[in-house]
Design a protein around this ligand. Structure first.
Ligand code: C2O
Ligand code: CU
Ligand code: CU
Length: 492
């Protein structure tokens, strides 16, 4: 069995600490699959919508269903136009988009477009609740650079459960030209990476206890597009992978099991200035990266995600060892081996990230509320931002429309938090006083703030103005978000 296969059993063992109030369903050990038995990697359908009156219209239906994660494991799920997860919505910069979202799951839900700059009414955050049976329409202009974005459930207090059961999909803003592999499903694969645990009866269960709220909910089975240990046939050449960390709480260290280097070509908000050669790269919940690997030598390669240590201290962002991890998928090159692929030297033009002297500075201190085992059992919210937990009736910040601001996150808690800001693509100015690693120097909307760490970033907020409806900033460990590690800002 691969050393990356089912891991941290110890996590479940840790639950024993909290004894009686906790239900610990038996884990179903995974059989090690021979390469030939691996299921084919499912690829979400590419959905270009339908152009109507100058708008690209997408029809999305939130629905309940059942999904077969692996032989013998068929679970009740929630998906978008599908039983589990959703389509890849294809759009272009500058287009007008209209989303028509129908809620068929029998309880209130919301759908948020993660990474996009748009009017607050179209954001799909906790204030745009779609009643059961209702259809919500969101209209906006695509302002973002070409790249990989995503959409997911965002109802206050229910986000983690909804995403756990499958309410998420991908947005692909198409490139105009370019030299990178871009043929969807051929040499350009989109993979939503997640982990889940299944009950002994093969179902999905979401019933977090205090420990799960504190650590975030992770599983012992890795999934790529809802499939376990799948394989994809790809050409024997350059292959691009668009990776979305759609897990509730796991920070993966992405790489290949044989440690072959790859090129990082894009982060959350699109292409980097130039490819960055890496052997591994952290990918936190909410973040996306695009990587290119060269399979011209004809050797199959396993995409793995080691688990980053919870505080991510010591090794910093780019170093430090993983502790166990998942094998997400195996790439199997077909056809004759070819000459090594040629990577472009430059990918895009990025303005230098420098804060204007006049930029307002906002400081966000991430901390842990006083907490003992009893508070944890009562599911008290352990994490705070500037000493407070989320209150949907309180606006924490008012940002002038069109402003450029410095947002500084200081982490005083004992674990890493991937902090996400709605309605902006930002640039990292400093990590603990030092300039960012080239892998983090591009456009971002989610950034890991390690325990004890300090991250300063430069955010530009678009000119949309709405004094009533706020946007969110929050930890993208969904259990932390649901427990109140979230704040609100308006743009006026
Ligand atoms: Cu990915 Cu507020 O969300
Ligand atoms: Cu978002
Ligand atoms: Cu957090």
């Amino acid at each position: 069995m691969s050393p990356y296969h089912p891991i941290p059993y110890s996590r479940r063992a840790a639950l024993a600490l909290f004894g009686a109030a906790v239900i610990v369903p038996a884990l179903r050990p995974l059989p090690a699959l021979a390469a030939a038995d691996r299921p084919a990697l499912p690829l979400p359908p590419l959905d270009p919508g339908e152009v109507r009156d100058g708008q690209r219209v997408f029809r999305l239906s939130l629905q309940r269903g059942t999904h077969r994660f692996m032989p013998g494991v068929e679970a009740d799920t929630i998906g978008i136009n599908a039983p589990y997860l959703g389509p890849v919505l294809a759009m272009r910069r500058g287009e007008r988009v209209r989303m028509e979202v129908t809620n068929g799951i029998g309880e209130p839900a919301t759908l948020h477009w993660h990474g996009l700059e748009l009017p607050a009414a179209a954001d799909g955050g906790p204030h745009q609740v779609i009643a059961p049976g209702a259809t919500w329409v969101a209209e906006f202009e695509v302002r973002q650079r070409a790249g990989t974005y995503w959409f997911h459930a965002h109802r206050l207090g229910a986000t983690a459960r909804h995403v756990w059961f499958g309410m998420a999909g991908v947005i692909r803003i198409e490139e105009e030209g370019g030299d990178l592999p871009a043929e969807y499903g051929h040499n350009d694969l989109t993979l939503v990476l997640q982990d889940r645990w299944f009950t002994s009866r093969g179902g999905l269960l979401y019933r977090p206890n205090g420990h799960d709220v504190m650590m975030g909910m992770s599983g012992d089975v890795g999934l790529a597009n809802g499939a376990v240990d799948a394989a994809a046939e790809v050409p024997a050449g350059l292959v691009r992978l668009r990776l979305v960390n759609g897990s509730n709480a796991s920070i993966y260290r992405i790489g290949f099991s044989d440690r072959t280097p790859f090129w990082l070509v894009a982060s959350d908000g699109g292409l980097l200035a130039a490819p960055v050669r890496l052997r591994e790269m952290p990918l936190a919940p909410g973040e996306r990266i695009e990587i290119v690997t060269d399979l011209s030598d004809g050797t199959p390669r396993e995409l793995i995600g080691g688990l980053a240590p919870m505080g991510m201290m010591g090794g910093g962002m780019m170093g430090g060892g993983a502790i166990g991890g998942f094998r997400f998928a195996t790439l199997v090159p077909g056809g004759a081996a070819r000459r090594p692929g040629r990577m472009p030297e430059r990918l895009s033009t990025l303005e230098p990230a420098a804060a204007p002297a006049s930029a307002a500075v906002r400081r966000f201190v991430l901390d842990m509320a006083g907490m003992g085992p009893m508070a944890m059992l009562r599911r008290a919210a352990p994490f705070t931002i500037n000493g407070q937990v989320m209150d949907p009736g309180r606006i924490d910040h008012v940002v002038p429309a069109g402003a450029q601001e410095v947002w500084e996150f200081v982490n005083r808690s004992g674990m890493a938090h991937p902090m996400h800001i709605h309605n902006t693509q930002f640039r990292i100015l400093e990590r603990d006083g030092a300039p960012p690693h080239p892998a983090e120097a591009g456009c971002k909307d989610t950034v890991v703030v390690p325990a004890g760490g300090r991250v300063r970033l430069l955010a530009r907020f678009p000119e949309y103005s709405d004094p009533e409806r706020p946007y969110m900033y929050h930890c993208h460990i969904l259990e932390h978000e649901d427990a109140g590690m979230m704040g609100q800002f308006t743009v006026v």
